[in-house]
Every structure is written in structure tokens, then in C-alpha cells.
Design a binder for this molecule. Structure first.
Ligand SMILES: [Zn+2]
Ligand SMILES: [Zn+2]
Length: 224
């Protein structure tokens, strides 16, 4: 069980135990400058809808044959050792102070590259996991990106349905379908351009959102 401490106590703890880089252990920052500079940007030669490396065409064969609902998937970095350590520390070690750092890096890769969305939508966590973790890392990243891009964040557009059948009894295919079905979108005003945000992967590619003219998805890191 997590023990929560008051902000003053937290500051005192930080003074006693200064931050270490979650990847290399260097003193000072949660993610040091050298590790940030060593992150590998996601390759450009990738399918614009699913991120599979294509070495040429804009769409992979699969997306060309059966285009997903998503307009564009944007991944800032490859899911290498540094990105993995940062995401895991944020999610599983509950180092929430990493979210502004990762959110800033994600914003930097979005600025100037894409049309600005009307609204940013964090991909919701399962409610059980939210209870266990205490926060949604996608929402924490979204808040930072929204702040830097000047775009509102709306966490009421996507919801998870609560009753999810027991996963272990299902095969892989139905399990995937099951996860997909668990996300539910609210009807939007026509013509909205929305941007889904998640830390690593997103189920957005399979999700239709009524009213949205364009649905982009942005993730901090993706396996290349
Ligand atoms: Zn480092
Ligand atoms: Zn594709």
C-alpha cells in the first residue's frame, strides 16, 4: 500500500534523497540531460496510421487494405531502454514528477509538426488499475501537453466500461476485441479534431468517435 505524504514532507524527502536519473542513476534530475539527448526519435519512415516501419510508403499494407479509424499516429520516441525506464518509473514506481518531463518531450515533438487539435483526450485506465495506481499517466501527460500547446484537455470524452469479462478465459483475438470494446466514446459536436494521448500504445486506432472529423493519437514511445 502507498503512503501519501504532505507536500512539505515530500520536499524535505527530496532534500534528503535528491533525485537520480531513472535510467543511468546520475544525481540531480529524474531524467538527466544526457539520457534525454540519447532518446531515439521515432523513425519517419513509418505507416502514418499504425507506426509499423514501411521504408517508403505512407501506409503499411494492412492499413492500406483496411484503414483504421485513426487519422494519424504520432510517436515521439522509440521504446528503447531509456524510454522504457522512464515510462516504467512513471507508471509502476509512481514517480509522478516524471510526467511534466515526458509531457514536455512529447509536446516538443508535436509542436510545428501537426495541425493543432481542438481537444486532447487522455486514454483512460481501467478503473481497477486507476484505484491501484492512484493516477492515470496518460492524463498526467495530457495535462502537460495541453498546457504547452494551449489546447483544452477533456477526460470525459472516452470512458472505460466497467464490466469486462474475465480475460484469462478468452483467446488472444477475443481478448484484443474485448479490450477494444471496453472503450466508449461520447458523441461529439461535428467536425472536431481530437488528439488521443497515451504513454506507450493506444487503442485509439480501432476506436470510432462519432462527430470527430479527425482523430490523431500521440504517444511518448512506441516499439519500432
Ligand atoms: Zn541519465
Ligand atoms: Zn499501418
Amino acid at each position: 500500500m502507498k503512503i501519501s505524504v504532505a507536500p512539505a514532507v515530500e520536499t524535505a524527502l527530496e532534500l534528503l534523497f535528491p533525485a537520480h536519473c531513472v535510467h543511468c542513476g546520475a544525481n540531480g534530475e529524474l531524467l538527466c540531460e544526457l539520457c534525454i539527448l540519447s532518446l531515439s526519435p521515432y523513425p519517419d519512415a513509418a505507416c502514418s496510421k499504425c507506426g509499423v516501419l514501411t521504408h517508403g510508403p505512407d501506409l503499411c499494407e494492412r492499413c492500406a487494405a483496411d484503414p483504421p479509424a485513426i487519422t494519424r499516429l504520432i510517436a515521439a520516441y522509440q521504446f528503447d531502454d531509456i524510454a522504457r525506464d522512464a515510462v516504467h518509473a512513471l507508471k509502476y514506481d509512481d514517480i509522478r514528477a516524471l510526467s511534466p518531463i515526458l509531457g514536455t518531450l512529447l509536446s516538443e515533438s508535436l509542436i510545428g509538426r501537426r495541425r493543432t487539435p481542438d481537444v486532447i483526450v487522455p486514454v483512460p485506465l481501467h478503473s481497477g488499475r486507476l484505484k491501484e495506481r492512484g493516477f492515470n499517466q496518460a492524463e498526467a501527460l495530457s495535462n502537460r501537453v495541453g498546457e504547452l500547446l494551449g489546447v483544452p484537455v477533456d477526460n470525459s470524452i472516452l470512458k472505460r466500461r466497467v464490466n469486462i469479462p474475465h480475460q484469462t478465459r478468452l483467446g488472444l483475438e477475443s481478448r484484443q476485441r474485448n479490450v477494444r470494446d471496453a472503450l466508449e466514446a461520447r458523441q461529439l459536436a461535428d467536425g472536431m479534431h481530437i488528439m488521443l494521448i497515451d504513454d506507450v500504445t493506444t487503442t485509439g486506432s480501432t476506436l470510432k468517435i462519432a462527430g470527430a472529423a479527425r482523430v490523431d493519437a500521440a504517444v511518448f514511445a512506441k516499439e519500432a
